[in-house]
Design a protein around this ligand. Structure first.
Ligand code: CA
Length: 247
C-alpha cells in the first residue's frame, strides 16, 4: 500500500490546528495519523502535534515486521494513553494551553489488514466497490443524537453542535479510544480525515473524489473540493491505496 496526505487551514480559520503524519515501515506496512486540535489560539495546534508525534514515534520505534494485529492494537492503546498524559501535563505547565485537546485517528495497514483506533470525530472511511463506508463512529454530540433518532447524518453535518465532541485526548485523566481491525478487499482505499473535510462534503462527493485515478493527488483534490464548498474549518485528508507501479 502507499499513503499520501495533505492539510489546509481552510477559508475561514486563521490558523491550522490539524496535524497529520504518515510513513512506511520496513515490511511495507504503512501508517497514517490525523489529529484535530482544539482549545485556545495555540493550544489546539500543540495538542495535535504532540499527539501525532508521540504516536508516530511509538509506531516507528516499537513496530516489528509482521507484528500480530493484537500487538498493534496494544501499541495503539498504550500510545493513546501516553499522549493523553503528555497533553494534560503540557497544558498544566502553561495557563495559555489550559483546556487544549485533540482528536486522533490512526491506521496501520499490513498487507490487507488494517488496524484502526480513534478518539473524537476524526474519521476513517473505506472506499469499497459498493461505495463509501465509515469505519469509525464519532464520539460527538450529534452522533449521539443520530443514534437516538433525533438527526440524520446529513442534518448532523450542518448542526450548530457539529463541533462538540464527547471524547478527546488531553481533557481528562483517562481517555477511552475505540479500536477495530478490518480486512481490505482488492482495490479498496482508506481515507483518514478531520471534520473539516467530512462536514463540508457529502458521502457521494467523498466517494467520487476518493475513487480518482491520480492517487498521489487525491488528498489535495479532496481539500480543494472542501474549500470550494466553503472551507469552514481546517481540512486534513490522508489516503491509503494500493501501490500502482508504473512500468
Ligand atoms: Ca476540526
Amino acid at each position: 500500500m502507499e499513503c499520501f496526505g495533505a492539510t489546509d487551514t481552510g477559508r475561514v480559520r486563521s490558523s491550522n490546528q490539524d496535524t497529520f503524519r504518515l510513513g512506511e515501515l520496513s515490511d511495507g506496512a504503512v501508517y497514517a495519523i490525523v489529529c484535530d486540535g482544539m482549545g485556545g489560539p495555540n493550544g489546539g495546534a500543540i495538542a495535535s502535534a504532540l499527539t501525532a508525534d508521540l504516536l508516530e514515534n511509538r509506531i516507528v520505534t516499537q513496530y516489528r515486521d509482521d507484528m500480530p494485529i493484537a500487538s498493534v492494537l496494544n501499541l495503539f492503546e498504550s500510545a493513546i494513553l501516553a499522549a493523553n498524559i503528555e497533553v494534560l501535563d503540557t497544558a498544566g505547565t502553561n495557563i495559555d494551553l489550559l483546556g487544549m485537546g485533540t482528536t486522533v485517528a490512526v491506521v496501520l495497514v499490513q498487507g490487507r489488514e488494517a488496524v484502526i483506533a480513534h478518539v473524537g470525530d476524526s474519521r476513517v472511511y473505506r472506499l469499497t466497490k459498493d461505495g463509501l463506508r465509515q469505519e469509525t463512529t464519532d464520539h460527538s454530540v450529534v452522533q449521539e443524537m443520530i443514534e437516538k433518532g433525533q438527526l440524520t447524518s446529513a442534518q448532523a453535518k450542518v448542526h450548530p453542535k457539529k463541533h462538540f465532541i464527547t471524547r478527546a485526548i488531553g481533557v481528562a485523566n483517562d481517555v477511552r479510544a475505540d479500536f477495530a481491525s478490518i480486512t481490505l478487499e482488492e482495490g479498496e482505499r482508506l481515507l483518514l480525515c478531520s471534520d473539516g473535510l467530512s462536514n463540508m462534503l457529502s458521502d457521494t462527493v467523498l466517494a467520487e473524489k476518493l475513487s480518482g485515478d491520480n492517487v498521489p493527488m487525491l488528498a489535495q483534490t479532496l481539500i480543494q473540493t472542501a474549500n470550494l464548498a466553503g472551507g469552514e474549518d481546517n481540512i486534513t485528508a490522508v489516503v491509503i491505496a494500493e501501490r500502482c507501479d508504473l512500468t
